[in-house]
Every structure is written in C-alpha cells, then in structure tokens.
Ligand binder design. Structure first.
Ligand SMILES: Nc1nc2c(ncn2[C@@H]2O[C@H](COP(=O)(O)OP(=O)(O)O)[C@@H](O)[C@H]2O)c(=O)[nH]1
Ligand SMILES: [Mg+2]
Length: 252
C-alpha cells in the first residue's frame, strides 16, 4: 500500500487533484481510494472512501470549546492525530494499492504543528510520498514563488518524506508556465526577475534567502499539471512510481 499526501495552501487544488489521481489509478486497473482529512470542508469534488468528518464535527468543537471557526479548524486538525487508528482500520479494509490523502486547508498543520508529521509518519504503508502544490495563480510573481518555495521547504524539513513539487492549474496560466519553470530550475533567472521587479531592500532580503536555499540544496524539480485537462499526469505518476520503486526508507 502506497500513500500519497497532498499538501498545499488553501485553494491550491488539493481536493481536485485527489479526485484526478484516484480516477487515474483506477483507470490503470489498480485499487485506489480517496481519504478526506479536512474536517472543515463542506463540498468535495469526489466521494471520499474514508472521511475524517465522520469522526470530527466542527460544529460540536466550536460549541464545546467555545471557539470561533478559525480556532475550531486548528483544533479539529490537531484532533485528526487522535483518530489515526480508526482511520487506519477503515483504510486497511479496502486493501488499497494507492491511498490518496486530501489534507486540511490549514497548511499550518504540516508546516508548523506536531500533528502533521505525526500523521504522516504513523500511517502504516509500504511507501509514502508528499505532493506539495504550488498554485500557479499564486506563484506568478518571483517574490511569491520564493515565499511558497520556503513553505514547501518547511514542510519537507518537518515531514522528512520524499516530496514532489507540483505546479497546479497549468491550464489557467498559458505561456507564464515557462517563466515559472525557469525560476524553479535556475536561481539566476529567479534572481534576475526579482531584481527587475522589486525595491532595493526587498531585493536584498529575497536574494539572500534565495542564496541560502540554493546552498542548502534547494533544487526543485517542479512538475506542471492540470487536474482539468490532465496534462502532466503521466510525468507525475512516473515520478511517484520511481519513489515507490526506489524503496524510500519507510517504517511500519
Ligand atoms: N482550471 C483549473 N482549475 C483548478 C485546477 N485545480 C483546481 N482548480 C480549481 O481551483 C479551486 C480550488 O481547488 P480545490 O481542489 O478545492 O483546492 P483545495 O482548497 O487545495 O482543496 C476549485 O475551484 C477548483 O475547481 C486545475 O488544474 N485547473
Ligand atoms: Mg480542499
């Protein structure tokens, strides 16, 4: 059983990609299931096989802890870790080849809190990968690209799993995709774009951050995809297959 966690900022395309990946693997003749780990979602573009909302109810949390919607969402995300055994049992019953996990809109869970890494590392499987989504519409300026790349790096540092950077909504940005792909592959190109568009002080800060990232091994192979046209799905699934075949070190 291989597990794929889909992580990214709110609206980056996690739920739609979950749906597309599950259909993709089912069409290939494998047994794939969709797991919804977002307790706060109202509508999903797929029918989840396993759904955390059956265990965690946002309304009840708001009332019993006297929290507003934002506080309740953060607490609800933390509570997912306490339901892991139940979720695992439900998942195992399907005997799936692939488990696609749609994660909460609060990327804090994976970037900053303890429950995210706990969930990723304690779900038993034969191999796991994290897809970190770069929303095309967000990373269209060089400054935003750097800040999302930093977020991706935080998630990678904390989850310590094989991680793939995915550029979503390729169908929405036309030729801009080439510019973004260039930033991902060449820090020189990125630095040049930053210098063109920013004030001096901002340039110094972001180019300083950039140099540090490059020094630390920030080499993002970014895979552009569209969950609507399915462009890039061949490349994405091949990269996933490589990770799972490569025997990434996994316990449990
Ligand atoms: N055109 C297009 N729209 C997309 C794509 N992926 C997601 N969307 C849209 O972007 C919005 C947010 O997507 P969603 O999957 O709900 O994001 P999430 O909050 O990360 O789960 C929805 O309206 C999706 O239909 C894509 O590849 N192409
Ligand atoms: Mg979603």
């Amino acid at each position: 059983m291989f597990v794929i966690f889909i992580v990214g900022t709110a609206g980056s395309g996690k739920s739609l990609l979950t749906s597309t990946l599950v259909s993709w693997y089912i069409e290939k003749g494998t047994n794939a299931i969709a797991v919804n780990l977002d307790p706060g979602t109202l509508e999903l573009p797929y029918a989840p096989d396993v759904d955390v909302r059956n265990y965690i109810d946002l309304q009840t949390i708001m009332e019993s802890y006297e929290l507003g919607p934002n506080g309740a969402l953060i607490l609800a995300s933390d509570l997912i870790a306490t339901k892991l055994n139940d979720l695992q049992d439900e998942i195992d019953e399907f005997r799936p080849d692939y488990v696609i996990i749609d994660t909460p809109g609060q990327v804090e869970l994976f970037a900053y809190r303890n429950s995210g890494p706990f969930i990723v590392n304690n779900l038993k499987c034969d191999g796991r990968a994290v897809l970190f989504l770069f929303d095309s519409l967000l990373v269209s300026t060089p400054m935003n690209f750097v800040s999302i790349a930093l977020l991706a790096t935080s998630v990678q540092l904390r989850l310590r799993s094989a991680q793939i950077s995915v550029l979503t909504k390729k169908d929405m940005i036309g030729k801009q995709v080439r510019k973004i792909m260039k930033w991902a592959s060449s820090s020189v190109a990125l630095e040049e774009s930053i210098r063109e568009g920013e004030e001096d002080s901002q340039y110094l800060l972001s180019s300083g951050i950039l140099h540090k990232l490059v020094e630390l091994g920030f080499a993002h192979e970014l895979i552009p995809i569209s969950s609507v046209t399915r462009e890039g799905m061949v490349e994405l699934s091949a990269t996933l297959a490589n990770i799972f075949r490569g025997g990434e070190e996994v316990d449990g």
